[in-house]
Design a protein around this ligand. Structure first.
Ligand code: GDP
Ligand code: IMO
Ligand code: MG
Length: 428
């Protein structure tokens, strides 16, 4: 079975949605398997721009089956809004979307916890979460006692479970200094019962579905959310999200064993961005950063926050490419750094006077890392109209070659604009 997976190798927003949409046509099934509505994946097709949070970016291909697998944390209101929004724009969702009955559900108390706990990060700096209840929902999943999965919402004891959890959560929230708005078990039950009815036609055992698909040799495309540097185990902890957003999360989130993923595509921006708190060694809080932010429209898809921008960090990208088992790279938004007189690539860090190309495991060491830069000449022309890699200006080709060399993987895709057509594939 040809299983391909698309993984962001930075701090998210690498334009995974665009690549998944492009590749979806060559697959039978597209799967979201971790994260939740903290993700904002953009697809531009036929002059229309779509922002997806929970629905896989394969939804624009009628022949493709889209799957939201059990590793995703689900905000039913967002999902219903997304389904309705797509249907209203003529994108049919009814037939080709299934959602795992194992997916954990986000409830009002999760939003409140997200708000109260975000500021309490151990390192003194706020994580700057998307406030979508993601961390609190994953915490309850691992803690088990207060967790509700989508499948639980169709059981007779659903109302009892809500009442029990509301009692406990009210005390917990009061202890954390909340909640201005008391939780009303009856109201929450009624609202979520309606959500459950609306989603019922889509709910399925997606693990079984995907295992059958593997047996039937159908081709599956796995759509990672966030980026590998936000991975809860291997990223810049604690400034991370709460799921395994690097390549290591595909199997646990989907139920499909890693050995069936035969190709991993690592997605990289031609520079670096980060939303929220945490160290970012190559950040350019200056005119260069602003140039990138303006040209790349670097404002959060979900929260509209201005993204922090900086130079390409090859130390981090080499680490995440290895961590995620990447085979080939897609370099996105190469048009954004055009017009700069020169570009810089971080090739090593100096930490307390010691030079290293290893990515530090502790956030305090990363905070002290001083980037060692290699300077490359820029290309002072627009490239958004170019359709073949060999037609790119020499400066851009040299820049790509150097990234490939430093990251240690070949480049298969280059993107010079948001449209499907603004994509170039390396000759195979
Ligand atoms: P994702 O979360 O990884 O899917 O990425 P986002 O959708 O959050 O952010 C990527 C943004 O870049 C979106 O607005 C895309 O439409 C846009 N985009 C994708 N590829 C390119 C490109 O090559 N050039 C430019 N200028 N924009 C791009
Ligand atoms: P996509 O899939 C960029 C960041 C948040 C915050 C941290 C934790 O569009 O690339 P969370 O709400 O997950 O607890 O926030 O993770 N973050 C993202 N940054 N792109 C994303 O998704 C992100 N999802 C979460 O900004 O720093
Ligand atoms: Mg995004």
């Amino acid at each position: 079975m040809p299983g391909t997976c698309v993984i962001g190798l930075q701090w998210g927003d690498e334009a995974k949605g665009k690549i998944v949409d492009l590749l979806a046509g060559r697959h039978d099934i597209v799967v979201r398997y971790q994260g939740g509505a903290n993700a904002g994946h953009t697809v531009v097709t036929q002059g229309e721009t779509y922002k997806l949070s929970l629905i896989p970016s394969g939804i624009f291909r009628r022949e493709v089956q889209c799957v939201v697998a059990g590793g995703v944390v689900l905000n039913p209101a967002t999902l219903i809004e997304e389904i309705n929004g797509l249907s209203a724009r003529g994108v049919p969702v009814a037939e080709n979307l299934i959602i795992s009955d194992r997916a954990h559900v986000i409830f009002p108390w999760h939003f409140e916890e997200d708000r109260l706990l975000n500021e309490l990060c151990t390192s003194g700096e706020a994580i700057g979460t998307t406030m979508r209840g993601i961390g609190p929902c994953y915490r309850d999943k691992v803690g088990r006692s207060f967790a509700i999965r989508l499948g639980d919402m169709y059981r007779d004891n659903f109302q009892n479970r809500i009442e029990q959890i509301v009692r406990a959560k009210s005390q917990i929230l009061a202890g954390l200094g909340g909640s201005a708005m008391p939780l009303d078990a009856d109201e929450i039950f009624e609202t979520y019962r309606e959500y459950a009815q609306r989603l019922k036609p889509h709910v399925a055992d997606t693990t079984a579905y995907l295992l059958d698909a593997v047996d039937a040799d159908r081709s599956i495309l796995f759509e990672g959310a966030q980026g590998a540097l936000l991975d809860v185990d291997h990223g810049t902890f604690p400034f991370v999200t709460s799921s395994n957003s690097s390549g290591v999360g595909v199997a646990s989130g989907s139920g499909v064993a890693g050995r069936f993923v035969t190709k991993v595509i690592g997605i990289l921006k031609a520079y670096a961005t980060r939303v929220g708190g945490g160290p970012f060694p190559t950040e350019q809080d200056n005119d260069v950063g602003q140039h990138i932010r303006d040209r790349g429209n670097e404002y959060g898809t979900v929260t509209k926050r201005p993204r922090r921008c900086g130079w390409f960090d090859a130390v981090a990208a080499r680490y995440t490419a290895r961590l995620s088992g990447v085979d080939v790279l897609a370099i996105m938004l190469l048009d954004v750094p055009s017009l700069l007189p020169e570009l810089q690539i971080c090739t090593a860090y100096e930490i307390d006077g010691q030079r290293t190309t290893d990515f530090p495991s502790h956030v305090d060491d990363l905070r002290r890392a001083v980037p060692v830069y290699e300077i490359m000449p820029g290309w002072r022309e627009e490239i958004t109209h170019i359709r073949r890699i060999e037609d790119l200006p020499t400066g851009a080709k040299d820049y790509l070659d150097r990234i490939s060399e430093l990251v240690g993987r070949p480049i298969e895709v280059v993107s010079v604009g948001p449209d499907r057509e603004q994509t170039m594939f390396a000759p195979s």
